[in-house]
Design a protein around this ligand. Sequence first.
Ligand SMILES: C[S@@+](CC[C@H](N)C(=O)[O-])C[C@H]1O[C@@H](n2cnc3c(N)ncnc32)[C@H](O)[C@@H]1O
Length: 155
Amino acid sequence: MSEGADDDGGAGAAARSRGGSPRGDGFSPSALGTREHWDAVYERELQTFQEYGDTGEIWFGEESMTRLIRWMQKHKIPLDASVLDIGTGNGVFLVELAKFGFSNITGIDYSPSAIQLSGNIIEKEGLSNIKLKDLNFLKSCGHPGSALEADLETV
Ligand SMILES: C[S@@+](CC[C@H](N)C(=O)[O-])C[C@H]1O[C@@H](n2cnc3c(N)ncnc32)[C@H](O)[C@@H]1O
């Protein structure tokens, strides 16, 4: 399993630097903010998983998952609390949460290939009871009665 945002043959760095000049708010547009980018990334990662069993990149590194779980422990988040992983990617954080004992977890991602990949990885890990949904968080959260509100009790 590869780790870290730059362990992608330079594709991540290239995507981060693409974009152009800053807008009025000082931020430059980035390919990382487009669904096309993530669809392409996870189509490739899904194919790699199917061919070689490699679960792919953990964007913020293993350590970020450990830190989050430590934070949840410190703040005594109950193991049956509903937890929503927004932009779950390959779903490895869901796997970590489930292995730690969290029982009410959901991952959403707007890339269908990411959802397929995370489903495959969860199945390979022999875990059940993890909910996955192909959903655009930004589109859903602004609309009352959206799929997010209807299907997830978490927000
Ligand atoms: C940097 S990757 C992180 C993936 C994973 N959480 C990890 O740590 O490896 C960002 C993820 O967010 C997803 N994403 C970005 N914008 C989204 C949106 N508006 N709704 C749902 N998913 C989104 C992308 O498809 C991608 O899987």
